[in-house]
Design a protein around this ligand. Structure first.
Ligand code: B16
Ligand code: MG
Length: 222
């Protein structure tokens, strides 16, 4: 089947916000007396805000009222917003603009499927908002990654079938979401970690659309 769209994740694929999420979650965890390290942060990649805090309080084995839970979510986000304040086009990963130009030239649509409720703000700061044909809204889907909802919503917004889409993700939860959506999953990062992806590139700078397209075309439809 011909590729009709490539749907990108944001954090970890187009720019590196993981470090900012790490700093903000670590501050919350430490305030609760819970240790939070890079290994924990790795597990939270692609995981939405509520489930990330759930992971931390479960790790600490503590119970919490809804009020305090919501207060901590707001506090983490406030801290995160301060940390991303200085993001600008120079924070775009190498290779992203070249890749987008290749897709435009080939008449392939470009979508965004991020779990982040701050996605619009970040792509604005990166200066790439006008390059997308459709931007998914993490707040409006019923289930977050690893559920396929956000990827399916973006395919719908782009008016293409999921089977004709390629999804690009840096997180295990995101690759699962792409596979569940019956799209072709491309990983960005460590192939030993992203084992469920059909193809993995170490970074967006290594992303070769021809290689992806060839692999996609030679994969039998499921
Ligand atoms: P927010 P992605 C995800 O974005 C991040 O990987 C994850 O670490 C974060 O917790 C999640 O967004 C929610 O972000 O708190 O800004 O709504 O990788 O799906 O683009
Ligand atoms: Mg990501």
């Amino acid at each position: 089947m011909k590729t009709s769209a490539v749907i990108f994740d944001l954090d970890g694929v187009l720019t590196d916000t993981a470090e900012f999420h790490f700093i903000a979650w670590k501050a919350i965890a430490n305030k609760l007396g819970i240790e939070f390290n890079q290994e924990d942060n790795e597990k939270l990649k692609g995981v939405d805000r509520e489930n990330s805090l759930m992971y931390i309080i479960e790790k600490g084995g503590i119970a919490m009222e809804a009020n305090q839970f919501n207060h901590l979510l707001a506090e983490k986000n406030q801290h995160y917003l301060t940390l991303i304040n200085d993001i600008n086009p120079s924070h775009l990963f190498d290779g992203v603009l070249t890749c987008f130009a290749t897709l435009k030239k080939a008449n392939i649509k470009i979508g965004l499927a991020s779990a982040s409720k701050n996605a619009n703000l970040v792509i604005n700061k990166l200066g790439i908002e006008p390059l997308f044909d459709f931007i998914g809204d993490a707040a409006s889907v019923a289930h977050n990654k690893p559920a396929p909802d956000i990827f399916l919503a973006v395919a719908k917004g782009l008016q293409v079938t999921p089977q004709s889409c390629i999804g690009v993700e840096d997180a295990v939860a995101g690759i699962s979401a792409i596979n569940s959506a019956k799209m072709f999953a491309v990983g960005i990062g460590d192939a030993q970690v992203l084992t469920q992806a059909k193809l993995v590139f170490a970074s967006m700078g290594d992303f070769e659309f021809d290689t992806v397209q060839t692999a996609f075309l030679s994969t039998p439809a499921t």
